[in-house]
Each structure stands twice: as structure tokens, then as C-alpha cells.
Design a protein around this ligand. Sequence first.
Ligand code: ADP
Ligand code: MG
Length: 349
Amino acid sequence: MTDKKTATPLSDLGEFGLIERLTKPFGIKNSATVKGIGDDAAIIKSEGNDLVVTSDLLAEGIHFDLVYTPLAHLGYKAVMVNLSDVYAMGATPKQITVSLAVSSKFSVEALEQLYDGIRRACERYDVDLVGGDTTSSMTGMVISITAIGQVEPGKAFCRNGAKPGDLVCVSGDLGAAYAGLQILRREKDVYMIDPNTQPDLSKYDYVIERQLKPEARRDVIEAIRKSGLAPTAMIDVSDGLSSELLHICKQSGTGVKIYENKLPVDAQTEAVAAEINMDATMLAMNGGEDYELLFTIPAEQVEIAGKMQEISIIGQITDEPEVYTLIGRNAGSARISAQGWNAYGNGKG
Ligand code: ADP
Ligand code: MG
């Protein structure tokens, strides 16, 4: 995990020493953060805005595998997963708390790497680390992050506002993170058999980066606000496009049709899909962990959306509740169901 020469046991520092060492490199950027780490609770000013609050918990062996996940990437990703939820509300993230359960197999230096990733995420997205909790675990690591964001009163994007006729849009491209996971898992299996192999993963760089180091789409929220687009519903794509479409439709009481030929899929994702004998559309619909933004807009805003580089129009909301259709490239169509997510089955979610 870390260099043997610099592996200080956690017991050398104790809980308070550890917290101090891990959190010392963090500063406070937001004036809304009145008090950060060091008291019984943080103090946050909301300055007349609505606050949004969201948490995600990642458990070793369920959500991440430290054989192929560098701790700094894990820290970065754990923050992104939360910021993505804040942006999907149309809000600006301001603060996070980080709660950790760690076993004695981790050294102080290993946890410093984790916090290095957390700090880079905080710096890049102008977020303050304002607290958390630290405890020991019997085995492995559990990391839970809570993010707090602000949005103008009444301006949050919720899941329940989609109307029949609205256009369905998604940012970026889909399926790459899942493709990257398949490559990493394959290489781990190869490594287990022959630890001397040196895999050349350069041709998979994009999909692996999408899996290990995703970015929350602050840029898309900023572009939407600037363009005058008025999303009627929004959600981030964490569990897979199918699953997120169904969330919007169920909460909005609508149906949806999606056009297969409009789904944004990167060429590297297509190449991996072919290599591992999976359908690229299946990866795009059900892969998950894309952390893109899925949203609906009134049909009359088609031209504004069409001009925006970072988004694709992939379908339309219909007035038939519970009818979710994928219109195939070759005329045929299929029912969309949420199969991308099963926290107790395939280790996603
Ligand atoms: P308490 O006894 O009130 O739970 P702690 O001793 O656990 O307080 O925490 C002291 C301070 O350090 C608090 O501000 C807390 O929010 C913060 N803190 C504890 N653990 C972490 C962590 N893993 N990451 C960031 N801040 C932490
Ligand atoms: Mg505590």
C-alpha cells in the first residue's frame, strides 16, 4: 500500500494526533464557513439561500478495490460522488465532512494519501473540509462524505418537474467508467495469476480515468445557467442512465423515449465494449458511475441546447406513465428497465 520505510502505524499518533495530521493542510475558502474543524460542530452561514445536503458512503470491497485504486484517487472520487449530487440540484457545493473507519492495516502515510486526494478535490472545486469523524474498523476502510451546498431559494433542480414534450439531455458521454472498471478487473485477474506481467494500459487511458478519477460537472451547471436553459428536472448519472431516467419519470408521472443513435459514447468505450463482448448501448444505458448530468428542458429550448458542446439531446418525455422506450438504431425498440444497480449484487451503487 505504501513504502515500508514510511509506514507509521496509526497507533503511534492516536485519534486526535491523526485528525490533526490529516486535516492540517486544509484551509478555509468560503466566507459562509464561519467555523470549520476543531469544535463540536462546524458553523455555516446560509445568507438567505437554500441549503442542500447529501451523503455517500463507500465501503472497501463493495465500492472500491484497493488493488487497483490508488488512495489519492479514492479520496478524490469520494468527494466527486458527493459534489455531483450537489450540482445535480443546481446548487454550489461549499463544505464537506469526511467520516472514516479504518483498520490497523492502514498506515498514517496511506491515510495522508487519501486526504491528499480529498484536498485536491476541495481546492479544485472551492469546497471547505469542515469536520468529520474517525474511528477504527475490524477490517478495511469505510469512507462517508457529506456535502453541503447553496442555491438561490426555489431555484434547485428536482427530479419531479419533467413535463410531456420536454427534451431529455445528458452531459458528456456514457458507459466509459464501467468499461474502465471491466479493464481494471481483468488486469487484476491477470496480475493475480502472474504478478510479473507489466500491462500496457495506455490504450485504455480514457475509460480508466473515468473510473478512477471522475469529475463532477460544475462546468455544465455553469454553462446551463449562462445559456438561459431552464431544466425542468435533473439528476446525476451514478447508477446508470436507465435507472436515472426511471427516477425522473416516476417522480414526474411521465414516460420517456430515448433514441439509441443519440446516446453519447466515446470511441474508446466502444472499442472496450467490442473487446469484452458487451454491447456499447448496454454500457451506456446501464454502466453507471458516469457522474454526468441528466436533465429535461422545454422543447422550445432545442436551439439553445443544440448549440451547447457539452450536452446531447437523447430523447423526449412522453405523457404515458411507466412507458419507457429505447428506440433502436434499426427501427426496433426495447423497454427500458433499471438493471444497472444492485448494491448487494454486483458491487455498484
Ligand atoms: P467529537 O468528539 O466532538 O466527535 P472529534 O474529536 O471526533 O470530536 O473531532 C474533532 C474535530 O475534528 C471535529 O471538528 C471533527 O469534525 C473533526 N474531525 C474528526 N474526524 C475527522 C476526519 N476524519 N476528517 C475531518 N475532520 C475530522
Ligand atoms: Mg468524533
